[in-house]
Design a protein around this ligand. Structure first.
Ligand SMILES: [Zn+2]
Ligand SMILES: [Zn+2]
Length: 364
């Protein structure tokens, strides 16, 4: 038998005793039943940058990464369910109430330093989605809003964020186009004058430096399949990140990281080197270039582990699954929009009619 999960975060309402939730609209803990609210500390005292390379000491772990299951007894309805020990938030399968398991973060070597609290509520996320679908003429008009609400999940996604200063030296050749008149024979064998493009090459070298602040690397394996869509909605205002407190997770879902620091550091460095290369190419100039060599050194490298808010939705339309995401802070939407076959047929039909009409007019 699995042992019971005992240490859930409980913040009961002072008026009626029910579990408080973090409200995206009020930016406070709020009671669903009596409307009572409680302030949360929006502090930034523990948001420190950790220097890289970072020494990971397995001994720092208070709970080893584990497949272990725990029994979760719902405080709301009393039903018992089995959950993975490393699940930061627990949703009761029977009554839907949500709780926070503070032990989950301790199964990872690095615990979150910061969290960006949700600003977009569930209704807000649905609204953003509706206007996003509405922008597209081909979107079907019969998407069921109710079904959509059930499929919307507000989840705190684990992220690594990196800072680094980059110094780059570059050299290469910048090419400048110029044109010379040449005599060529045309199809009839006559000599004609033509402008031909030539390139004047010029050796160039120089240096470039920049500070990269908050390069974001998503740390959830589950979302890697949708990584491009995730990137489309990952412009967050990082100034709003505050000290991590499990109370911000009350009423929401969350994940612990499943992509580790070492792998993400490598990806972040690659991104920075790519951006430096483009910056150097831009500085080198020319209409075209060849033999560009860039040597980039990185210093002052630091990282933080943070949680960022994201609305995740998968829905079925005409037997096909579509996914979309809504940034939980800014409301930016990205994903797949279904196209309505009926509306496309209407547009094609109207076009054919127009062609027919023009044709018959021209014949007269
Ligand atoms: Zn209450
Ligand atoms: Zn329950």
């Amino acid at each position: 038998m699995h042992s019971e999960l005992t240490d859930v975060v409980r913040v009961p309402c002072k008026t009626c005793g029910s579990q408080l939730k973090f409200s995206a609209d009020k930016q406070k803990l709020s009671c669903d039943y009596c409307g009572n609210t409680e302030d949360l500390p929006f502090t930034k005292t523990r948001l420190i940058e950790n220097p890289l390379p970072f020494r990971l000491e397995k001994t720092q772990l208070t709970h080893a990464p584990t497949e272990e299951k725990r029994v979760y007894a719902c405080r709301n309805c009393g039903a018992k369910t089995t959950i993975n020990f490393d699940t930061p938030t627990v949703t009761c399968a029977f009554c839907g109430s949500k709780n926070v398991n503070p032990e989950a973060q301790k199964t990872r070597l690095i615990e979150p330093a910061g969290v960006l609290p949700f600003r977009i509520s569930k209704e807000g996320a649905l609204q953003r989605f509706k206007s996003w679908v509405g922008d597209d003429w081909f979107a079907p008009s019969d998407l069921k809003a109710g079904a959509m609400l059930d499929n919307l999940h507000g989840m705190y996604i684990p992220y690594w964020t990196f800072d680094a200063r980059a110094y780059s030296d570059y050299e290469g050749e910048a090419g400048f186009y110029y044109y010379v008149p040449v005599q060529v024979r045309d199809a009839n064998g006559r000599l004609v004058s033509q402008q031909q493009q030539r390139v004047r090459w010029e050796y160039r070298s120089g240096s470039h430096q920049a500070f990269y602040d908050d390069v974001l690397l998503m740390a959830s394996k589950k979302l890697s399949a949708q990584e491009r869509t995730v990137q489309e909605v990952s412009r967050y205002d990082m100034q709003a990140v505050v000290d991590y407190d499990p109370c911000f997770l009350l009423g929401w879902e969350a994940e612990v990281y499943s992509i580790d620091l070492t792998e993400s550091v490598r990806k972040a460095e690659e991104q920075i080197r790519d951006r430096e290369r483009s910056a150097c190419a831009g500085q080198m100039g020319g209409d075209t270039q060849r033999g560009l060599r860039v040597n980039t050194r990185l210093t002052e490298q630091t990282f933080k582990h943070i949680l960022l808010p994201l609305w995740i939705c998968a829905y079925i339309y005409n037997g096909k699954t579509y996914r979309f995401l809504v940034n939980g802070q800014t409301g930016q939407v990205a994903g797949e929009r279904p196209k309505s076959v009926w509306k496309i047929a209407l547009v094609v039909g109207a076009f054919l009619l127009l062609v027919l009409l023009l044709y018959s007019l021209a014949k007269k």
